[in-house]
Ligand binder design. Structure first.
Ligand SMILES: *Cc1c(COP(=O)(O)O)cnc(C)c1O
Length: 426
């Protein structure tokens, strides 16, 4: 069935959208700017301006050091409990701390230490490079006794479960994967993969950076052991906002944190000379949290809890399908092809379109001189244009206009006016 190609239809979808009012809760200073990059840096919620302002002016400015007892000290656990609701974990299993990369290191170290006697780490070649770099560093730190084995994607879009099964065995210590792949948005079946890892006695470690706030996750139902995730993408926590980590309750005592700092001690303010393991999720904190940045995370988390991840997912799937059908009508004849799984149930919340000229096409999309709108997607090497769908603020009309603008750029070969040399951050 072909899609209705009129803008009236896009407008009708927007009018009938049950989440349409949430867009008003974000700072949108230029309504003509089409932002399809919430999967890299989520938009700023209006309330965050207020919360961060309060944290600076009232808590830091007026209350000074007293603020530690008035909320700062427990902020990381309190927000961890809220994030736990979004990822289907027990409230005492999640804490906000450090960056995703550092959390990956801490839990990865703990996992390898715990699984002494097993020598293989399994991941895939669609994983986020930082995750793989951290794992390579861990292999070196454990004196090269481990092997990092990567499941190879045949098409660069999805993974083959039978291949994964073949890689697991008695030597597998740890299986660590991004639940949703950052380029293609391929989404693993969390329950199935976790079960497979457990069947072979390995620990299962998920990176939820592209899932949290975008797709329903239940770490509890999957019985996952470890997880980390990012808060500046679909959780709209702001640039470089602290990440979170999850450790299943019955592992919290046993798992070692390689960076045991004072915030992970039983009671930091007793200032004992020897570290005492609290045996709870708190031990995976390290030092003082970046309070101002953590303060900005709460409004969007509250919004997501109010909307419910089910409603977010429903709209994300509908918008993804709409985008793909427009692309099929208008773009595929210009050399584009789908760089994401065709079926929504195996796909996260962004759509990748592949084109040999992807980089220059992105430059044209970004250029205010071209067409009626600036469209911000992002480019991922070598040939992906990622179009991020963030149901709290992405409209159907924006999707319509973006794909139409892409068609305009292709029909008039506008991308040919741009150089192929890359900016530092793409
Ligand atoms: C965004 C992202 C990260 C980010 O790591 P930082 O340490 O916050 O820079 C890590 N892993 C994955 C899978 C990501 O998508």
């Amino acid at each position: 069935m072909s899609v209705d190609l009129s803008i009236e239809y896009a407008r009708k979808l927007d009018r009938e959208d049950p989440l349409k009012d949430y867009r008003k809760q974000f700072v949108i200073s230029d309504p003509s700017l089409i932002y399809l990059d919430g999967n890299s840096l989520g938009r700023l919620p209006l309330k965050t301006v207020e919360y961060a302002g309060m944290a600076i002016r009232d808590q830091w400015g007026d209350r000074l050091i007293r603020s530690w007892n008035e909320g700062w000290y427990h902020q990381s656990s309190r927000l961890g409990r809220k994030i736990a609701q979004i990822i289907g974990a027990h409230p005492e299993e999640v804490i906000v701390s450090d960056s995703t990369s550092i959390n990956l290191y801490k839990l990865g170290y703990g996992a390898l230490k715990m699984m002494k006697g097993r020598s293989e780490i399994v991941s895939d070649d669609m994983n986020f490079p930082s995750d793989l770099y951290i794992l390579q560093g861990l292999v070196r730190q454990f004196n090269g006794k481990h092997t990092l084995r990567l499941l190879k994607s045949q098409d660069g879009i999805s993974s083959d479960m039978t291949e994964l099964v073949r890689m697991l065995g008695k030597r597998t210590a740890l299986v660590t994967l991004s639940h949703v792949a950052f380029k293609s948005a391929y989404m693993y079946d969390m329950e199935k993969v976790t079960e497979l890892a457990h069947m072979h006695g390995a620990l299962m470690f998920w990176d939820l950076s592209h899932s949290v706030g975008a797709v329903p996750v239940s770490l509890k139902r999957a019985d996952a052991d470890l997880a980390v995730g990012c808060t500046y993408k679909y959780l709209n926590g702001g640039p470089g906002a602290s990440a979170f980590l999850y450790v299943k309750r019955d592992l919290q005592e046993k798992l070692e944190n390689p960076i045991q700092g004072w915030f992970g001690d039983k009671n930091p303010f007793e200032f004992k000379l020897h570290y005492r393991d609290p045996g709870t999720i708190r031990k995976f904190q390290t030092g003082s949290p970046p309070v101002l940045s953590v303060s900005g995370m709460e409004p969007a988390i509250d919004m997501l809890l109010e909307v419910g991840i089910g409603a977010v997912r429903q709209k994300s799937v509908a918008q993804g399908e709409y985008l793909i059908s427009l692309a099929r009508e208008w773009l595929f004849k210009h050399g584009f092809r789908l760089g994401s799984p065709m079926f929504a149930e195996r796909r996260g919340s962004h759509i990748s379109l592949k084109h040999a000229e992807a980089y220059r096409i992105c430059r044209a999309l970004n250029d205010p001189q071209v067409g009626n709108h600036v469209v911000i997607p992002d480019f991922r090497e070598p040939n992906n244009i990622r179009l991020g769908i963030t149901p709290l603020y992405t409209t159907y009309t924006e999707i319509y206009r973006s794909i139409k603008q892409l068609r305009y750029i292709m029909e008039n070969r506008i991308y040919e006016h741009y150089p192929t040399s890359r900016d530092m951050v793409t």
